[in-house]
Design a protein around this ligand. Structure first.
Ligand SMILES: C[S@@+](CC[C@H](N)C(=O)[O-])C[C@H]1O[C@@H](n2cnc3c(N)ncnc32)[C@H](O)[C@@H]1O
Length: 225
């Protein structure tokens, strides 16, 4: 892509993120949905700082959680993880570089907890009761099908009506495999968990979509994702 087009796209994505976080925080506040903000894929702190700035504007007391290896995407042979746009540099630098990025954005150290490591190592040990237990907004920005599968398994016992789940890479579509990894992971998850509906809430930007969690027993028919 032409560099001016890249800059314009990044600007449009940031506008979309700002609008998403504002509307998501409005929705959980108006609807009385308790809980923290939890993010899967945090590296450069751009999404976390949007979450922080919006919480601050709302004077919302919601702790922020950042789950990331801070060491790049995990190696994977899974065909649904393959994508021409994903480089191994994503996420490198370690957790100290992340803290430095957060400080650069003005996100104070006590506003967030960074959980360092691959999800396969950090999430299953938390089980269904480990912190964070009460979640209002989850943001999944981990690019890969396999990572999203692990994240959704972690979220399953924490889902509740009115909670918002955003997928940053929903339309990160591979022409080689014909698969959008995050979309595929969500579709399989909902097949395995018919007790939950994900009701479309907002498009975040060109690649991202957010959903509101509903109980299937509410009787409202589920729409295609
Ligand atoms: C696009 S980057 C996140 C960007 C971030 N939201 C921001 O605003 O700067 C994707 C991140 O997901 C992380 N990630 C993907 N799969 C992971 C896994 N299985 N375990 C830990 N981190 C993972 C990578 O380390 C990388 O930092």
């Amino acid at each position: 892509m032409d560099e001016n087009a890249v800059a314009k796209t990044l600007g449009r994505m940031n506008d979309g993120l700002a609008s998403f976080f504002w509307d998501a925080l409005t929705a959980v506040s108006v609807n009385g949905v308790s809980g923290d903000y939890v993010e899967f894929g945090s590296w450069g702190c751009n999404t976390l700082r949007h979450a922080y700035e919006t919480c601050r504007a709302f004077r919302a007391e919601r702790h922020l959680w950042a789950f990331d290896s801070f060491q790049a995407l995990p190696p994977s042979d899974e065909p649904r993880d393959q994508h021409p746009g994903l480089g191994s540099a994503l996420g490198q630098g370690g957790v100290e570089a992340f803290h430095a990025s957060c400080a650069g954005f003005g996100v104070p150290r006590d506003a967030y907890t960074a959980v360092e490591g691959y999800y396969a190592d950090t999430l299953p040990p938390l089980g269904s009761e480990g912190e964070p237990r009460d979640i209002a907004i989850a943001y999944i920005d981990c690019n890969l099908y396999s990572s999203t599968v692990t994240v959704l398994e972690f979220l399953a016992p924490r889902l509740k009506p009115g909670m918002i789940v955003g997928f940053d890479d929903y339309f990160l579509w591979s022409p080689d495999t014909g698969v959008s990894g995050e979309h595929a992971a969500l579709s399989e998850f909902l097949d395995a968990h018919p007790e939950w509906h994900f009701h479309r809430f907002k498009d975040i930007h060109w690649g991202g979509v957010a959903f509101v969690v509903e109980r299937a027993e509410s009787g409202v028919p589920h729409r295609p994702l």
